[in-house]
Design a protein around this ligand. Structure first.
Ligand SMILES: Cc1cc2nc3c(=O)[nH]c(=O)nc-3n(C[C@H](O)[C@H](O)[C@H](O)COP(=O)(O)O)c2cc1C
Length: 205
């Protein structure tokens, strides 16, 4: 059974190669509005009961992006090196992906034109993750590629970035999600799709 929503859900894949073409602001706003429509747990705020616990920071500025890369890349390198010993096949795919990247090789955010930080309270992980998925499905439906970059949340050690994102102590980064027009079809993967994909586990009662 198919309709445009299910089609977008099936079509979404993590994209790791992007055109440098900027994303129009109205497109980004439509994607963020879709994120904002996600279900969320309510919370008490100044005597009121409020929903939508997340906020969004859209990074387009090349200097800020460079700071993000410089901060995250050493962490990425350290973690990736250890994969070589435990998961050689996965490591081989990461090297393949790295070799396919254009210079300067940005192995964390894939030189995407937009790095989108979804930020929310640490105790609202489920709600914020639902917003992230809405964002990625909406992006797919508008012809954009996306990738949830868990490595990109490891920026709390950089005071300038923390200040730029206006991160408070009780907040957490979800994503970030990189967005952009896909450069080619997403055939270069961390793992071969057919080997790593697990069919739905379903029990009917
Ligand atoms: C919590 C989380 C963290 C992830 N972190 C990264 C990451 O740091 N870098 C990356 O390239 N992909 C990352 N991904 C994307 C996964 O690798 C990807 O979703 C998975 O391989 C399935 O492929 P698909 O998204 O194309 O279906 C992450 C996904 C999730 C949900």
């Amino acid at each position: 059974m198919m309709n445009p929503v299910i089609e977008a859900i099936h079509k979404r894949r993590s994209i790791r190669s992007y055109e440098s073409k900027p994303i129009p602001r109205d497109v980004i706003n439509a994607i963020l509005e879709a994120g904002n429509q996600a279900p969320s747990r309510g919370r008490e705020m100044n005597g009121d009961f409020k929903f939508q616990p997340w906020r969004f920071v859209v990074v387009e500025d090349p200097t800020f992006k460079q700071k993000l890369v410089q901060t995250t890349l050493p962490i990425w390198k350290k973690m990736t090196e250890s994969i070589g010993e435990t998961h050689p096949e996965l490591y081989k795919n990461i090297v393949k992906l790295y070799e396919a990247l254009p210079e300067p090789k940005d192995m964390v955010y894939y030189s995407a034109p937009v790095i989108l930080f979804v930020i929310g309270p640490a105790s609202f992980a489920v709600s914020c993750a639902l917003a992230c998925e809405n964002i990625m499905i909406a992006a797919t439906s508008l012809g954009l590629g996306s990738c949830y970059v868990g490595f990109g949340m490891m920026v709390k050690g950089n005071a300038e970035i923390v200040q730029g994102l206006e991160l408070t102590d009780d907040e957490r980064i979800y994503g970030p999600i990189v967005l952009g027009y896909p450069k080619d079809d997403p055939k270069v993967r961390f793992m071969d799709q057919h080997e790593s994909y697990v069919e739905p586990k379903i029990k009917w009662i």
